[in-house]
Ligand binder design. Sequence first.
Ligand SMILES: C[S@@+](CC[C@H](N)C(=O)[O-])C[C@H]1O[C@@H](n2cnc3c(N)ncnc32)[C@H](O)[C@@H]1O
Length: 235
Amino acid sequence: MVDAMSTIDAKTPLPTAPGLWTRAFAGLYDPVLWMSERVGMRARRQELLRYARGRTVELGSGTGLNLPHYPDDLGELILTEPESAMTAHLERKLRRSGRSARVLNAPAERLPLDDGSVDTVISTLVLCTVDSPDLALREIARVLRPGGQLLFIEHVRSESPRLAAWQDRLAGPWQRFAEGCRCNRATVELIEAGELEIEELREASWRGMPGIVKPLVAGRARRSSPTRLSCTQVS
Ligand SMILES: C[S@@+](CC[C@H](N)C(=O)[O-])C[C@H]1O[C@@H](n2cnc3c(N)ncnc32)[C@H](O)[C@@H]1O
């Protein structure tokens, strides 16, 4: 089941053309990130994505900055992205890469994929932007096979009270500037509260970017395998 986005019923809002800032943001995304990619982010993506295995679904793929870093022997790659202005850049980069992948127009909160059908989900700088992270995390757990993994790099709310206060103060303007990004979201806590178990978590700094989108965390969370229930016989 992968083409659910093509079914439109009375409740499905009709797609609207992206606004001027949305198109500008998509066009400026790579140039704005260029320095931060050079001074560390590209290496971080590479380090994370070498753990991708089997059927892999990337959330909010944006302009496709992860594309060069996927292992060659990946089972299947599905790139999801709900914003058509971003998808235009993504499809161009995908064509140039020579890699085979499917692009799906879908939000992380509503993935048109079957339950337990995915080995790896990738989220880089996406859980800060989705409207409903709880729903997105439930969707991730739903599509992952038992034992499947979420690989993530996200900027998160700072533990420094001073920086967190600035993140709260600037959250509104930043959200408008960065197309929905919440600089004060406590994403690690949200992952921990859901159905995935964090197995590895490393903190870093997103060099080349403003202080309000620091710190950065990179890690892996797993959907636990169903627990075997032991039966006690009562005579
Ligand atoms: C900061 S960009 C990150 C792009 C890319 N993942 C990267 O690492 O460069 C956030 C992306 O999430 C997408 N996005 C926004 N809302 C989303 C949602 N509900 N589900 C999935 N992606 C979403 C945006 O369109 C954008 O492409």
